[in-house]
Design a protein around this ligand. Sequence first.
Ligand code: FES
Length: 199
Amino acid sequence: MSDIGQNNGRRRFLTTVTTGVGLTGVAVALVPFVSSMMPSARARAAGAPVEVDISKIEPGQMLTVEWRGKPVWIVNRTETMLDNLKTIESKLSDPESDESDQPAYAHNEFRSIRPEFLVLVGVCTHLGCSPTKKFEIGAASDMGDDWVGGFFCPCHGSIFDLAGRVFRNVPAPTNLQVPPYSFISDNRIMIGVDPEEVS
Ligand code: FES
């Protein structure tokens, strides 16, 4: 083969290799992006995730959304609400949530990813009624002078604090469930998807 023929062949080979590397680069770059937008097959099979804008929930207020046919509460807890959690631990059945149902990233003193935002499945762990919020405190509440806010299940009288932790001597056996959820931005959460699935 002549020098010209050899050079043309070498150019075609290099062009093919370069194009191949370029396409592979695009494919590699796209995979993490696409997987960051999609819940896992396990999550999809269990029920579609629900995205919630939490920016309008004022401190001390609660928003209820539906996920998998159940109410999910999102509470924006004030500093006082968070401070009060410590004061009632001796009255709780499982203050460390060791026997209760929450993802590992919510197995902490506030049972949440960010302390102020509590996310709970609003279904009583006794027989499945939906408890009522009782955020008034002390004499202003109908829960007793030492009440610091929480939830009351009217069906059989179970009581939970503002981390969903159950009080002693009530029928509910465990704390309220914390569902899987993630922050997808400062003001938006996705219920039904673990943080590692969106990061
Ligand atoms: S269902 Fe809530 S106390 Fe029985």
